[in-house]
Design a protein around this ligand. Sequence first.
Ligand code: CA
Length: 237
Amino acid sequence: MHRILIVEDEEAIRSGLLDLLEIEGYETAAVADGEAALEKAAQWKPHLVLLDLMLPKSSGFDVCRHLRKHHPDIFVIMLTAKNEEMSKIAGLEMGADDYITKPFSVSELLARVKTRLRRRTEASATGEPDLLEFGEVKIDFRRYEALRKDKHLDLSAKEFQILRYLAGRAGEVVTREDLLQAIWGYTPDNMPTTRTVDNQILKLRQKLEQDAAHPVWIKSVRGVGYKFDPEGSPSAE
Ligand code: CA
């Protein structure tokens, strides 16, 4: 069962959300300030946090920042008041997964919660997907099949493994050393040159990207490593 933590200082909203989510079959808990939110999150490990922005003790931003850093697998949906448009933008940078503006409808809230949690269920226990779709590409990792517009793409097993590993950490930076350990099985004391990784990434891009010189899915993070961008947004580089 999915656990949802409600963080809201307004009693009426807090108890309303609690009742609503319990009726929907979620395991729920509620707290009224930022400090209690962090304690509860660490101890109870919710799958999703509904986080009010304006809170006593520690703001929703601070809570969100902390959750991102220490519990990156928890989804965060922020609850913001209508006049807090600027906060939405700041919240995005803080790493919230979604926003709902107060006053919100019950059906809207439930739809957002379900969407987030469904994505979670789809990911396997390791966080690495069995299936992946982006742009015109469809990948079935269990079968080692890759298609672009129904035409087969010829990916090596290594390339499938690299892509799956990156996709399981979508939006996060994965270092070359991480990949060498996870995919090739090297240990820190017998690391080959990281050029091995760069060559494989280049091949993957040539097969998957429209323009391998300007990748939108498998991005370079200068001096660090690579990142799979599930949105496929154009790179700032
Ligand atoms: Ca509040």
